[in-house]
Design a protein around this ligand. Sequence first.
Ligand code: 0L1
Ligand code: MG
Length: 262
Amino acid sequence: MKLDARTIADLAARLDDCQREARDTTKITDDHPDMDWDDAYAIQHGILHRKLARGRRVVGLKAGLTSLAKMKQMGVTSPVFGFMTDDYAVPDCGEVQVAGLIHPKVEPEIAFVLKSALRGPGCHVGAVLAATEYLLPGIEVIDSRYRDFKFDLKSVIADNTSASRFVVGGVPTQASGVDLSTLGVIMEKNGEAVAMGVGAAVLGNPASAVAMLANHLASRGEEIPAGAIVLSGGITEAVAVAAGDTVTLRVHGMGSTSLRFV
Ligand code: 0L1
Ligand code: MG
């Protein structure tokens, strides 16, 4: 690691405060160009600790930048991973207050709800499917704390991969009955289709993203716990939203979930 403990704590506080006050900041690699991947995840961990100290609870984990198109665009070969606390969860058909966010965007995702823990290394698609209780349509609301959504990978990892809100809903569906690669999704904004895709856009199969998350956590001596909701990553590019918008995600054979921005 390149940063000392004080700097990591200060950067975690800076990003956490930006999120709480819905204001943006410059990317942290501008001030710390030499920071490494461990520093980035340590800052993310610092944000988690601050939230836990305020009484928040982790309800899920997420993989981001898992679509090949997005990875290519960023010039990287590796997804990023983050956490979701209880205050990020929006009830199905619920509301998101735009005033509490900076510049939100939505992503259509497949959510995995686990019945047993997943531990790497060596976690694979088969292990993910065996550990999955059911799948759900999920919309992730991302809201980078960085000005104009401009960042590099280390900065976005430190910023908990832009996590801010999510909703899941629809029909809880057994993984055994679904071909995740050909699974079709349509995301609508105010009744108009704005993004369409299939599961294969996420690493060939969204379960691969969950396996990568388990293997990533294993390198830190951690696992995905039983009961966690895991968002496997946007199937399409993210779509910007504003107050007044209603977003609905329809997933073939799995029903729909939606939320309103007010
Ligand atoms: O969940 C995601 O795919 C987002 C990861 C971070 C990059 C971004 O904010 O677009
Ligand atoms: Mg996402």
